[in-house]
Ligand binder design. Structure first.
Ligand SMILES: [Zn+2]
Length: 214
């Protein structure tokens, strides 16, 4: 972790500031669930964007900052936490293996075709069936399941997980401190480009609800 965190925050803030003037209120339905990334986010709090800012405006900034923290933690883990790095790599491998589904996306011309029908001639070479290829590579796949961790390894892994958490907290604090330095320009952008559109929407809504203007 070095001064690059602050400069990355600067860059993401700049990108967000370039985007805000193009923001328009969405016509899509409101989200049915609250966003886990933005709700109670210390990042948005540090940025001063918690109140009176539409979620669609908050969210891109949350995500940009989240990426910085994730990248930093990933680098730190790769360099300093070998056990955790290995475990995360294995999880990633398993996920990638499961994502490979040869039967999906085959196209409509294959619909209804018995893909693993035996070959018509019993003596013709037949190496594998689609069905075999499509077997889910689950956690049971022996090649992907490493031997269970020993008690010592588990303890070491727990220590590394705590170190990764501590590091994430540290990065989070630095990111928030850097964001707080941008608070004034972030607010100015919201006041200039977002708030007038929100007010216009509210005015529209008011005249719809009260057509006689009484
Ligand atoms: Zn969000």
């Amino acid at each position: 972790m070095d001064a690059s965190i602050e400069s990355r925050v600067d860059r993401e803030v700049e990108a967000w500031l370039r985007w805000v003037p193009r923001w328009r209120p969405g016509t899509h339905r409101a989200r049915s669930r609250l966003c886990q990334q933005c709700l109670g986010s210390p990042v948005l709090k540090a940025a001063g964007l918690v109140t009176d800012v539409p979620h669609a405006v908050q969210h891109p900034l949350s995500m940009r900052i989240k990426t910085i923290v994730e990248d930093e933690v990933e680098n730190y883990t790769a360099q300093n936490l070998p056990m955790l790095d290995r475990e995360l790599g294995l999880i990633e491998e398993r996920r990638a293996a499961q994502a490979y589904r040869p039967l999906e996306g085959l196209g409509p011309e294959f619909d209804g075709i018995d893909l693993d029908a035996p070959p018509p001639e019993p003596d013709s070479p037949y190496l594998f069936t689609f069905e075999e290829l499509a077997q889910p590579l689950s956690a049971d796949d022996p090649e992907l399941v490493p031997p269970p961790l020993t008690i010592e390894e588990k303890a070491a892994l727990r220590v590394e997980m705590r170190l990764a958490d501590d590091f994430a907290t540290l990065v989070g604090k630095r990111v928030c401190a850097a964001l707080a330095g941008h608070r004034a320009e972030l607010r100015r952008a919201v006041d200039t480009f977002v708030e007038p559109q929100v007010q216009a929407l509210l005015a529209d809504l008011g005249s719809t609800l009260d057509p006689h203007g009484t």
